[in-house]
Design a binder for this molecule. Sequence first.
Ligand code: APR
Length: 237
Amino acid sequence: MAGQGRSMVVLTGSGISAESGLATFRGSGGLWEGHRVEDVATPQAWIRAPEIVHRFYNERRRQLMAANVVPNPAHEALARLQSTWQGRFTLVTQNVDDLHERAGSHGVLHMHGELLKVRCTSCGEVIPWQRDHGPESVCESCGRKGDLRPHIVWFGEMPLYMEAIEGALLDADLFVAIGTSGQVYPAAGFVELARRGGAHTVELNLEPSEVAFAFDETFYGPATETVPAFVDRLLGS
Ligand code: APR
């Protein structure tokens, strides 16, 4: 396996935040069990019924900001890895929470957007946002009312930072996917891209993902156990 000084990409999904108290998307109790994707997470939903979309993301932001939601040992292990790793290190997340940052990671590529930001559909400004938003919300940049949307990549929209991510994947010696079901593209295809660039590939998940067959190594168990153990092994401690 690639050691210190090599180029590494880590991809995380909602499984890494599950033990911090945030629901994953699929499976029993998942976010998509209680909501129809097409009602809350598409550009069409935003045009048809923006109040439902506002409510959904306001609820999720409140959950994220609850006092009991804090980074867990898996987030912390990745922050420790980043601060110790001597080669290129790229952390890509599909998660819209800020638990990686709270654990101390920096430069995180939030390919599906961020819950603690809104975007003005009028002037394009992306604004840090920690309270509820709604049709009455005013853009701090252009002053227009009602044009602020969650800074979230919805189904049918292009994920963010794709050029940087693809470049890092093709350059990677090591690619690690953590807590993601491998059901949503383009992220589910990253393992193939990394392999094409010659990377050693590792999956850490609770159970085999849909694309588990594509990885060189797999480790199954809760992220709070598998990720710190993997990082320790990688750093040789
Ligand atoms: N530790 C490790 N893995 C876990 C844990 C845990 N404690 N709990 C759950 N998992 C795994 C599940 O086994 C599953 O494979 O995390 C994965 C979560 O899968 P999904 O719910 O599909 O979430 P994710 O892969 O992040 O979804 C991708 O889909 O709806 C969109 O935009 C949304 O970013 C999201 C994308």
